[in-house]
Design a protein around this ligand. Structure first.
Ligand SMILES: O=C1O[C@H](COP(=O)(O)O)[C@@H](O)[C@H](O)[C@H]1O
Length: 277
């Protein structure tokens, strides 16, 4: 790890020099969260995202994890999905299936993909219903602070505009308080129709990780983690900045490029800096 920042709140920023290092540390992180969840709850309920994130999961498909993890206890969800068929190139399900799920022994009955055969409105309603049933039997935990599901881990990517899942800057979906899953029909990035977890669900998770790499993400990373009192640029409705788990922990996985603007703002950042090299 090139550097590590410990925030004042319940979070951490990890910065790496190569994509191999990110994949290695991400695999170890997911493995640890999974082992703790299985030990404490008997299940590991993890929500995945699409985008670049999936290309960093390859280490988890190899030794020792492919042999040592208790894959039979894994339950898979998606933080968001695009309204396309499951075999479409834009499908987050397809991406994750090809890049991860097909390479590990997760039970097919434990994979809860979002319905691609319904309107986005119905698919969002269906997905929330499915999650509600799994919360009732505690396959998915429940938050102590509200009635939201408490996923053991939500893995998010972040777009260069600061969007996470399919929650985009200044979008009204960011305001939702009671829905667990919602839909949008006006995504600024194609495809326009999407289904997404809401912020209350993301912020109720035990663990949230955001992976952002590349220099096109540097500004959004800076705006997401910088101290708002010292940064006039930080918009209040930047989705990545609104990821603040209530009782859980947030870990950022960055590379040197996406973290490049943090160096200059160390003093006024909302994260204390701990260099490890
Ligand atoms: O549209 C989406 O974008 C985000 C970020 O993707 P990235 O390739 O820039 O990392 C992704 O996390 C989300 O699942 C996807 O639907």
């Amino acid at each position: 790890m090139a550097a590590s920042y410990e925030p004042k709140m319940n979070g951490e920023i990890r910065i790496f020099e190569s994509s191999d290092e990110i994949a290695t540390d991400l695999a170890e992180y997911i493995s640890q969260v999974s082992e703790i969840s299985v030990k404490e709850r008997g299940y590991f309920a993890i929500a995945l995202s699409g985008g670049a994130l999936v290309s960093y999961l390859w280490k988890l498909c190899e030794a020792p994890y492919n042999k040592t993890l208790d894959w039979s206890k894994w339950y898979i969800f998606w933080s968001d999905e695009r309204a396309v068929a499951k075999n479409h190139a834009d499908s987050n399900y397809k991406l994750t299936k090809e890049g991860f799920l097909s390479k590990v022994p997760i039970l097919s009955g434990h994979v809860y993909s979002i319905n691609d055969n319904a309107t986005v409105e119905d698919a969002a309603t269906d997905y929330e219903f499915v999650i509600r049933q799994l919360v009732k039997v505690r396959t998915v935990g429940v938050s102590e602070s509200n009635d939201c599901p408490k996923f053991d881990l939500i893995l998010l990517g972040m777009g260069s505009d600061g969007h996470v899942a399919s929650l985009f800057p200044n979008h009204q979906a960011l305001e939702l308080k009671d829905d667990w899953v919602t839909y949008i029909t006006d995504s600024p990035q194609p495809p326009p129709e999407r289904i997404t977890f809401t912020l209350p669900v993301i912020n109720s998770a035990s663990n949230v990780a955001i992976l952002a790499t590349g220099d096109d993400k540097a500004n959004a990373v800076h705006l997401a983690v910088s101290d708002s009192s010292n940064s006039q640029d930080a918009p209040t409705s930047l989705p990545a900045r609104m990821v603040q788990p209530t009782d859980g922990k947030l870990v950022w996985f960055l590379d040197s490029a996406s973290a490049s603007l943090l160096e200059a703002t160390t003093d006024d950042a909302a994260y204390e800096q701990h260099r490890e090299y």
